[in-house]
Design a protein around this ligand. Structure first.
Ligand code: MN
Length: 480
């Protein structure tokens, strides 16, 4: 590269690493991802490889409102999956015919070195990210022309969890090329759904560090402490020991009634209640390493001793978890796993005297969604609710109670990583609605349910890899 300005080869290291005992993630992980995508696209009958380039735009710095301070940068997930680049403002291109990659980085003014330290050369970037070529973002159109690009595949698609659109690449001069924005999205999503051995290694690591941090939290908390002290203990461990600068989602640390609030910990309820003796707590916490997410929930009595009622609900959820872990394998529909968990849990609640009647009838009446108003689990990867849940070539979202909350209705495949997270909650507004609905009220033992008002909830959430024969649990926390 002419701009490197030196014959000395770059000394950059081609891996993501946070020193000490943290995991070294080789950049070959992302090269493998690119190769998987290129092969898939070459096999697509709508695509002729000659002159066709994938073009992705990376994430940009996001300021706090109108200030010059930015949120800690998090790379856009599709871009991370392809390039593993840590810097904002990049683009990347893949030449389908040649199978080569080009990373485009911002051309920073020399004085930035005062603020950022020595600026990397193009050679440094090429070596760091194990790409075939590194160029500046102001050269994209020129470089693609040099390479005789005539069709650009850009990313456009709607995230089925958020309803938001992926950001399609735009650059100066893109109008001079033919662009197709529909082919790439389903293909790259499908690639992201199946994890490579390299990706599984990173997920295994982040799940292990997050499991360890949950154990630290269990040892730390006691009645009288504030919920956010659990959050602080978790974040400290995953970062201090595991090198996880980020968590994968807002920490949920609910105690007592708060443990029934599915996304407790949000801005208006920031884990700030004092935990009381006798309360259940529910901690849903996951670290993030090299972009890859863990998503683990532990529920336990804050004083360490289960009451009979707490034991009943906890064991009902645990049995549902165990049933799913035993049954999940390639070829099984995720919707069937959801219903299995519901069935097992409702059977336990019936045995505990909270419900009467036939469990299948309860599910037909939608009682499963009263006690577990969320899906059994979701795909996990670079995003905590990972992409690929509902693509055009896979089953659509069900309209049935419970099933309609699922983030995917797919049939399981080896290489998928998902959460298994059955739960049982006592949510006042849902219980009131069920008691007022004769079709549901007939199953409820109102007299018994009364004492569970304010109980909160229990969720047991594991992160699992679907193997050729069943499930490998990546989560290592005490469950009994
Ligand atoms: Mn989850």
């Amino acid at each position: 590269m002419a701009e490197s300005g030196s014959a000395k080869p770059s000394t950059m290291k081609s891996y993501f690493w946070r020193s000490r005992d943290t995991l070294k993630v080789p950049m070959s992980l992302f090269r493998d991802n690119r190769e998987r995508l290129v092969s898939r696209l070459r096999a697509n009958s709508e695509v002729s490889a000659a002159g066709t380039f994938v073009v992705l735009q990376g994430g940009e710095d996001v300021p706090f409102n109108d200030t010059d301070i930015n949120w800690p940068f998090r790379q856009e997930s599709f871009f991370q999956w392809c390039f593993g680049a840590e810097e904002p403002g990049c683009y990347g291109a893949l030449d389908l015919a040649a199978g080569t990659s080009i990373l485009f980085v911002p051309r920073l003014p020399a004085e930035y070195a005062v603020w950022q330290g020595k600026l990397y050369t193009l050679d440094d970037f090429k070596k760091r990210y194990a790409v075939d070529e590194a160029r500046y973002t102001d050269e994209i159109a020129r470089v693609l022309k040099e390479k005789r690009a005539h069709l650009l595949l850009t990313l456009s698609g709607r995230n089925s969890d958020s309803g938001l659109l992926a950001r399609e690449a735009v650059f100066d001069g893109i109008a001079e090329f033919k662009v197709n924005n529909s082919i790439l999205y389903p293909e790259i999503c499908e690639c992201r759904v199946i994890k490579s051995p390299g990706e599984i290694e990173v997920l295994r690591y982040v799940c292990k560090i997050s499991s360890d941090a949950h154990k630290v939290v269990m040892r730390t908390v006691r009645p009288g402490m504030v919920e956010y002290q659990a959050e602080a203990a978790f974040c400290h461990h995953v970062y201090s020991t595991g090198g996880c600068r980020h968590v994968s989602y807002t920490c949920i640390c609910g105690s007592g009634h708060n443990s029934s609030i599915l996304h407790y910990g949000h801005a208006g309820a920031p884990n700030s209640k004092v935990m009381q003796d006798g309360d259940m707590c529910l901690f849903d916490l996951g670290g993030n390493y090299c972009g890859y997410a863990a998503d683990i929930t532990c529920s336990f009595p804050i004083n360490g001793k289960f009451t009979e009622d707490q034991k009943l609900i906890y064991n009902a959820v645990l049995k549902a978890r165990d049933a799913v872990i035993a049954a999940a394998k390639p070829g099984v529909a995720w919707t069937d796993m959801h219903l299995l968990a519901n069935r097992v849990m409702l059977t336990s609640l019936k045995a505990g005297g909270l419900l009467v009647g036939d469990v299948e009838d309860m599910i037909k009446a939608g009682l499963n969604e009263i006690f577990q108003p969320h899906g059994l689990g979701h795909l996990l990867g670079l995003d905590v609710h990972d992409v690929g849940g509902y693509l055009s070539c896979h089953p659509e979202r069900s309209k049935e109670p419970g099933l309609r909350k699922l983030r995917t209705a797919r049939t399981l495949l080896a290489g998928m990583v998902l959460t298994v997270e059955p739960g049982c909650y006592f949510v006042d507004c849902l219980l009131d609605a069920a008691l007022a609905n004769p079709d549901q009220a007939k199953f409820l033992v109102a007299e018994q349910l009364k004492r569970f008002r304010g109980f909160g909830g229990v969720r047991i959430e594991d992160d699992v890899l679907i193997t050729e024969t069943g499930v490998e649990n990546l989560t290592f926390v005490p469950r009994t």
